[in-house]
Write a protein that binds this ligand. Structure first.
Ligand code: SF4
Length: 423
């Protein structure tokens, strides 16, 4: 049997906000790299038995061959891709193909996805993928499949060879996932709905084995922002993980995510540094510390500035992502954000507009308050205002967002802003 994996196109920031392009900001400043899809597809390829063949069409870098002789079409997508994904499914079904859906959006909008697909995998695919293939071969495909993975160590290493034939990607850092689920429920986050409300961890040995598949000195992005949480379970795990990294003869270059309330204790910084951490992706907007800092609260601004300076002095560069449009923000948030970034002397920043992704807390809240403007999913890419903000108009939010990009990047060169990512 042959399986075609499809990753539909999605509207990038620069396509949504042509004003930024016209003002001279580089695509690369806007994070517009050609990156391979995340881990779902390479894990499914690894799970697929050698008696089958696979092919990947990533519509973001190449056209889809609708005449492919694949028996089964598997489409993986998140919300900004949903409209294209439904068109892709329709075209393949018109050709008599069976089409299944997986990924963030169909997992959370199952009934919608079932209008276009023969089956939907809800949530994690690993425990059900072989069942899907068997049912399809036996002409017994079910409408939905859903099962959490109990032991993350049973997940095979992603088969990244599926990307190797693609020479159009310009991003080489490998994504590594070390845990799933989150016991918190930040208002704009999809993780607890998608992966459950309990933390689950891979064993440290397995993570190290995965790193050993590649030249270990490469770049790795630990995609779990939960790893940095001030939570007992997360703390115990990250201590074990980073201490294991520190024992490696050759260090990886690690990119991690976190928030303004991360520890600044010298022993913590030493642990990160010894593990190979070189870059912190600092997400702001929803956590209690950045809420106060972006409201202009001096105490929290100073704490944030001190934190960034401490990390920089430890050799860890910080790349900030600023969330705009939250109900706790007023019109002053745009100047507050730019002021904070300037005082922190950050050379890399991105800005995103709050987006009510399906089944998040803000999604339910905005729907109950009749504040969702439309369900044009291609605009749910954090570069558009798709809801009625509380303390500003839609236009003021959009203008403030554009102002943040423009004012920050007109004073920073592309080489300076991307120096964090260069060896
Ligand atoms: S933003 Fe992070 S801490 Fe908050 S719910 Fe999502 S994964 Fe958990």
């Amino acid at each position: 049997m042959k399986i075609a994996f499809i990753y539909p196109r999605f509207e990038k920031l620069i396509e949504s906000r042509i004003e930024l392009k016209e003002s001279g900001i580089s695509k690369k400043n806007l994070g517009d790299f050609s990156m391979p899809p995340a881990l779902g597809i390479p894990i499914m390829v690894a799970l697929t038995g050698s008696e089958h063949t696979t092919v990947l069409y990533d519509e973001n870098i190449e056209p889809i061959n609708y005449d492919d002789d694949a028996d089964l079409i598997a489409v993986s997508f998140f919300t900004p891709q949903a409209e294209y994904a439904y068109k892709v499914a329709q075209r393949f079904r018109e050709k008599g193909k069976t089409v299944i859906a997986g990924g963030m959006h169909p997992s959370l909008m199952v009934d919608e996805a079932l209008q276009y697909f023969d089956a939907v995998c809800i949530g994690e695919v690993e425990a059900v993928w072989n069942q899907i293939l068997t049912d399809f071969q036996n002409n017994n495909l079910q409408k939905t499949y859903q099962q959490l993975v109990e032991n993350l160590d049973t997940i095979p290493f992603p088969d990244r060879a599926v990307f190797r034939s693609k020479d159009k990607y310009d991003w080489t850092a490998k994504l590594i996932q070390v845990m799933r689920g989150c016991a918190y429920f930040c208002e704009n986050c999809i993780i607890p709905s998608e992966f459950g409300k309990n933390f689950r961890f891979r064993s440290v040995g397995k993570v190290i084995d995965e790193l050993n598949l590649y030249p270990i000195s490469g770049d790795y992005y630990l995609i779990d922002d939960t790893l940095s949480l001030p939570d007992e379970q997360c703390e115990a795990y990250r201590n074990e993980l980073f201490n294991a990294f520190a024992q490696l003869e050759t260090k990886p270059r690690l990119f991690i995510s976190g928030s303004l309330n991360m520890s600044c204790k010298p022993e913590f910084l030493t642990m990160l540094k010894n593990a190979g951490v070189v870059n912190l992706y600092l997400v702001t907007g929803a956590d209690p510390y950045s809420i106060r800092a972006l409201q202009g609260d001096k105490k929290f601004i100073d704490m944030g500035l001190n934190m960034i300076e401490t990390y920089r002095n430890a050799g860890i560069e910080v790349y900030i992502s600023v969330g705009l449009g939250f109900d706790h923000q007023k019109l002053s948030v745009f100047d507050n954000a730019l002021d904070f970034i300037q005082k922190a002397k950050l050379s890399t920043a991105e800005f995103y507009i709050l987006t009510p992704f399906p089944q998040t807390r803000v999604w339910h809240k905005f729907r109950s308050e009749n504040r969702i403007l439309h369900y044009n999913w291609s605009k749910y890419n954090t570069a558009n205002v798709v809801f009625k903000p509380k303390h500003m108009t839609e236009q003021q939010l959009l203008d403030g967002y554009l102002k943040c990009w423009n004012e920050f990047y007109t004073s920073i060169s592309i080489s300076e802003s991307l120096k964090n990512f260069k060896k």
